[in-house]
Design a protein around this ligand. Structure first.
Ligand SMILES: C[S@@+](CC[C@H](N)C(=O)[O-])C[C@H]1O[C@@H](n2cnc3c(N)ncnc32)[C@H](O)[C@@H]1O
Length: 387
């Protein structure tokens, strides 16, 4: 195995060998991308929530002995945690194109006594996905790349079983949320906008990108959990290999609109052409629900563990709340307190809205974000009266 400084770390219920990040600093901060094999401790949040999502999925669809394919594994930390922390998992295929990563995957599987569950490969992710497809597919496919998952989506849909769970991470949040609009058009075939709710536009474009490939294969998709955490998006969706469900999924495609003068925002169905003449549109994108509230509150949250980081547990709780909110893009407190001269705390805005009989929930997408079915001009007037 390649010689480079290594360290042993604990995450979840496992202990693994990773590159010693203290030897790969930029300034005085560790830079995982500079290490010979990628390991980012901050992604514990992503991994821990995925453990609760996979455990929730097992009971939600009534499956036991599931198989998982993680074709971009890095150190294998995710695969090793799945093998150890997901109930009744029978096989995890863990692959990486890098020789050093492949060596670490094998070492970490062995170190945790999981050689009977984890199968390691060193190959291109798309080759592995096609091989899995030929061999009958996996229940869960987890795509966790550097940057965009776009090159792996199509073959993931081939490799997944009917009613399987496709989990996708995207770290190109800037592209998806409108910083580089033409790149987003090229990569995802969708136009983002820098609306106040641009981060929600981004995750909806990512789901659209998955749905678009699924529809071409006559499959449907149903997001169970979607979230953003700092520099990445994560979407976990059921893939239903049924033509009538593809027709249903088509109804979940459309556009997002924003009218700044009226603070009005929303989602309109219509693909490929929006059912609305409005120049201020983002899309095409997913206009259906971002979450399945029943899944999050009844299945995922039950599998959030005390040993997860505080951030993972906090985010899970926020998603449970937010999944109950109306399917209307979030607004920012800055939008409704423009006339007050000071910014109202988010919890005050939420109380004002609830007092007049409308729904209001915090949004995890932004510290100042909330979701409501109230008319935001009315909310702005109420806030103004507090002056
Ligand atoms: C973000 S890291 C994976 C992190 C890992 N999933 C985790 O949770 O720690 C992405 C990995 O993909 C690997 N990779 C990049 N392109 C690949 C390809 N075409 N096929 C297989 N692996 C690839 C890289 O070597 C890198 O280890």
């Amino acid at each position: 195995m390649g010689e480079y400084p290594k360290a042993e770390v604990s995450e979840g219920l496992v202990s693994i060998i990773v590159p010693d990040l203290l030897k790969y600093l930029v300034g005085n901060r560790p830079e995982p991308a500079h290490a010979p094999v990628f390991y980012n401790p901050r992604m514990e949040v992503n991994r821990s929530l995925s453990i609760s999502i996979l455990n929730g999925y097992l009971s939600y669809v009534g499956r036991a002995g599931i198989t998982v394919c993680e074709p971009l594994s890095g150190t294998g930390v995710r695969a090793v945690r799945y093998a150890k922390e997901v109930y009744g998992i029978s096989r995890v295929i863990a692959n990486d194109i890098s020789e050093r990563a492949y060596e670490l995957i094998k070492l970490n599987a062995d170190k945790n006594g999981l050689n009977d569950i984890i199968v390691a490969y060193r190959d291109d992710a798309n080759n592995v996905l096609l091989r899995v497809a030929r061999e009958g597919g996996c229940d869960v496919i987890d795509i966790d790349p550097f940057g965009s998952p776009q090159p792996f989506i199509e073959n993931s849909l081939r490799a997944i079983k009917d009613q399987g769970l496709l989990c996708v991470t995207a770290t190109d949040v800037g592209v998806l949320s409108g910083k580089y609009p033409l790149k987003c058009v090229r990569r995802y075939g969708s136009l983002p906008q820098r609306f106040p709710f641009r981060f929600e536009v981004g995750v909806r474009i990512l789901i659209y990108a998955i749905a678009r490939y699924a529809l071409a294969m006559d499959y449907g998709v149903r997001p169970l959990v979607s979230f953003m955490d700092g520099h990445y998006y994560r979407v976990c969706a059921l893939v239903i290999k049924d033509r009538s469900y593809a027709v249903e999924t088509l109804k979940g495609l459309g556009y997002a609109y924003y009218r700044p003068s009226l603070l009005r925002r929303g989602l309109v169905q219509g693909f490929p052409i929006p059912n609305m003449a409005n120049p201020n549109l983002a899309g095409p994108l997913w206009v259906g629900d971002l979450w399945n509230a029943e899944f999050i509150n009844g299945y995922m949250l039950r599998n959030v563990r005390d040993y997860f980081s505080e951030r993972a547990r906090e985010l899970a709780g926020m998603l449970g709340e937010e999944s109950l909110s109306p399917n209307i893009p979030y607004a920012l407190t800055t939008e409704v307190s423009r006339d007050v001269g000071r910014e109202l705390p988010i919890n005050d805005v939420i109380s004002i809205i609830r007092r007049i009989g409308y729904q209001a929930y915090r949004s995890h997408f932004h510290p100042k974000g909330f979701r409501t079915d109230a008319d935001l001009m009315r909310v702005r007037d109420l806030v103004k009266q507090l002056k």
